[in-house]
Write a protein that binds this ligand. Structure first.
Ligand code: ZN
Length: 208
């Protein structure tokens, strides 16, 4: 298993539609194992194959304590609506509010090629599983969550200190253009809150 480099927004693979997988072979199983390891290392809730440079319809996600992989996923039912904060490993240091279905049923194949179906619901038990499934399937369609962000909610996460000297994360409004400009310059605004491995990837220009 290996931790794979994560593609950063601006990479063309992130805005392409990924291809369906005919058969789940040893190659897909290896990819899924690496994606699970990468998601854990990056402390993510989900990760789609295009984010590690592979244009296949595969993603991994957390549902509470469980971790699952789905090949050729399809949402077969959506219920309710909720607005929640989202982030993305391919857009580090940023968050925005997005409206999603509160509960979904998703079907597909697992790493063994066996048909599976999961009921996903945001909440105490499953974390952000429903949001995550919708966010990851968007990745497979070449859609980044910022395109769906509620107007005026796209923000940098800034490490700040309050009057009592306690650390907190402040939001600083931004735009898609500004974010892309920073990534292209291989830099972040000052005091950005981002995982070291993702900061390194942006700054060393592993985004090619
Ligand atoms: Zn994402």
């Amino acid at each position: 298993m290996a931790i794979l480099p994560i593609r950063i927004w601006g990479d063309p693979i992130l805005t392409k539609r990924a291809a369906a997988v005919d058969r789940v072979t040893a190659e897909e199983r290896r990819l899924i194992a690496d994606m699970l390891e990468t998601m854990e290392a990056a402390d993510g809730a989900g990760l789609a194959a295009p984010q590690v440079g592979v244009g296949k319809r595969i993603f991994v996600f957390r549902r509470g304590e469980e971790m699952h992989a789905l090949v050729n996923p399809k949402i077969i039912r959506r219920e309710g609506e909720k607005i929640g904060e989202e982030g993305c490993l391919s857009i580090p240091g940023v968050q925005a509010k997005v409206a999603r279905a509160a509960r979904v049923i998703v079907s597909g194949r697992n790493e063994k090629g066996k048909p599976v179906e999961y009921e996903c619901e945001d909440g105490e038990e499953q974390g952000r599983a429903a949001t995550c499934v919708q966010h990851e399937i968007d990745h497979l369609d070449g859609i980044m969550y910022v395109e769906k962000a509620r107007p005026g909610t796209l923000s940098w996460l800034i490490e700040a200190v309050d009057e009592d000297g306690d650390d907190f994360i402040a939001l600083q409004k931004t735009t898609p253009q500004e974010i892309k400009t920073y990534y292209k310059a291989r830099a972040f605004p000052p005091h950005i809150h981002v995982l070291d491995m993702l900061r390194e990837q942006v700054e060393k220009g592993k985004n090619k």
